[in-house]
Ligand binder design. Structure first.
Ligand SMILES: C[S@@+](CC[C@H](N)C(=O)[O-])C[C@H]1O[C@@H](n2cnc3c(N)ncnc32)[C@H](O)[C@@H]1O
Length: 211
């Protein structure tokens, strides 16, 4: 993370990882970093994937695309690795071979790549509800504008949050960018954080942004 950037995430580490997860972090993760993605082919990015349920859904749904997941929380990265690797061989299961993991701040990844994505997902970004933490919110106008530079032709940024105040705040940010956006009623996308529904709202709201 560059020094001038404000940290947008909470913890990097949670409870101690199991021996298997430590092994996967040391031995599998280096082989599936996104650095060697070939230019050709369809790319999809998910930012802040948590435990990675939706990254796995995307890998199933788009077997011919490469799915890049970015997450700085080591326990989340380890959880995704554990779910995509065979329990006996510890090799990545065939259906998940199209997943790449960036185990850090997505801004550091995007700064160093000219990759263009057909979809960029941000599901339940940390809402940072206290006024004094507002500057930690990831989806500022500047960040959204930077994301838009990584959209392929007809690409979409899809953001979902159950925190309705953050939703309104994001819409205000998007308005200042001049990008096209809509707030359709789409079927709830299930993730761990969505199931916790800490905002105690009726359902998540979604924003789709296009160039
Ligand atoms: C509230 S959690 C939601 C996790 C998951 N998307 C879900 O719905 O269960 C938000 C996640 O975004 C991650 N995050 C925050 N800032 C980030 C950044 N700059 N780059 C990548 N991930 C980030 C956090 O580490 C955290 O895991």
């Amino acid at each position: 993370m560059q020094n001038q950037e404000i940290r947008t995430f909470g913890r990097r580490h949670g409870k101690k990882l199991s021996a298997r997860k430590v092994w996967l972090m040391d031995n599998v993760l280096p082989a599936i970093l996104p650095k060697n993605i070939k230019k050709a082919g369809n790319l999809i990015l998910e930012i802040g994937f948590g435990n990675g349920e939706h990254v796995r859904d995307l890998a199933h749904k788009y077997p011919d695309s490469v799915i890049v997941g970015a997450e700085p929380f080591a326990n989340g990265v380890a959880a995704l690795l554990s779910a995509i690797c065979d329990e006996k061989t510890n090799e990545v299961k065939p259906e998940y071979k199209n997943i790449r993991i960036w185990p850090d701040d997505v801004r550091d990844y995007l700064r160093d790549t000219d990759s263009q994505f057909s979809q960029i997902w941000v599901l339940h970004p940390d809402p940072w509800p206290k006024a004094r933490h507002e500057k930690r919110r990831l989806l500022s106008a500047d960040f959204i504008k930077m994301l838009a530079t990584h959209l392929a032709q007809h690409g979409q940024i899809i953001i979902g949050t159950d925190h309705w105040e953050y939703f309104d705040w994001i819409c205000e940010q998007v308005k200042t960018t001049g990008l096209k956006y809509s707030t359709p009623d789409i079927e709830t996308i299930h993730t761990r954080y969505q199931e916790k529904n800490m905002a105690e709202t009726v359902a998540p709201k979604y924003i789709i942004i296009e160039k």
